[in-house]
Design a protein around this ligand. Sequence first.
Ligand SMILES: Nc1ncnc2c1ncn2[C@@H]1O[C@H](COP(=O)(O)OP(=O)(O)O)[C@@H](O)[C@H]1O
Ligand SMILES: [Mg+2]
Length: 326
Amino acid sequence: MKDASPVPAIAMRGLTKRFPARQRDPRAGHAAAAAEVVAVDHLTLDVASGERLGLLGPNGAGKTTTLLMLSTLLAPSDGTALVEGFDVRRDPQAVRRRIGALLAGDRAVYRRLTGRENLLYFADLYGLPRAEAAARAAALLDLVGLGERADDLVSRYSSGMRLRLALARTVLHNPSVLLLDEPTLGLDPDISVRMRAQIAGLRRERGTTILLTTHYMREAEELCDEIAFIKNGEIPARGTADALKRQIRIGDVIALRLDPASGDGLAELPGVLRCVFQDGRVECTVDSAEKRLAQILSWLHEQGVVVRDVDVHEPDLEEVFVELAK
Ligand SMILES: Nc1ncnc2c1ncn2[C@@H]1O[C@H](COP(=O)(O)OP(=O)(O)O)[C@@H](O)[C@H]1O
Ligand SMILES: [Mg+2]
């Protein structure tokens, strides 16, 4: 029989983090005290078991603070957070056993050890038996594409390689919940693609629950089942990328390649919300492509402008979030 109310992998209820106003230094009487910061403001959010949820938001939105509380490294000021039913405050040990957290980017590994030595060291900390640890380290090094460099010092790795080693470290103890803070921040695009493939593979192979933060819309759209948009420590919208696009209805985009390459006057046509010129194309956001396409094409024809190419699509997630962030 199907369980009617399975325990969510992550359950946050009114989770709040306030950083107190900074103390005034008595010796520097003139220094203005910084005001209290509410980094996370009564966040209520569930992540189902096996789900991949992207926490997407601008810098300072409260993403890292949320993950720090979930990983028991920072105490909540208010509210609760449970990981597979265990309270981060009352049962931190149980929570730590279940999570793998990538929070410090490529700084989570030691440079004076080799890749393999890093994993063996952390395996020891997790209490993995020696023989198992060696096999597991080798398998993970292969998984993250470091098999051939396993015995090189980490100081000789690129930052992308260090980050992939950190990811391997994060999953050494087979966590059922992964918390990934900006897992591809600062990586070259080709390395980002590999990193994402590895994260996607983890979920496919083991059904790992993943909560990842990012400010890259594409990453969230590619890696996550659902996206929660976070702003000022609150969640104004959550859903699949498609649902969010429907919810925040901002019209359709008609992209045109014109000869001559000018779209003067297009923005003044009825139903055209805005026009952006980019890479020799004009992207017109319209209230409805169905209503406006024929009208735009005939107007261009009248102007003697040749349409070399036309493409109609929904706005991408980025445009949706520009709307949400307003
Ligand atoms: N230790 C701290 N002391 C004071 N303010 C902090 C601290 N850590 C974060 N903040 C503030 O909390 C807010 C949220 O920060 P953060 O969680 O790092 O956001 P994000 O990861 O989304 O960029 C920001 O305004 C940030 O300046
Ligand atoms: Mg952050």
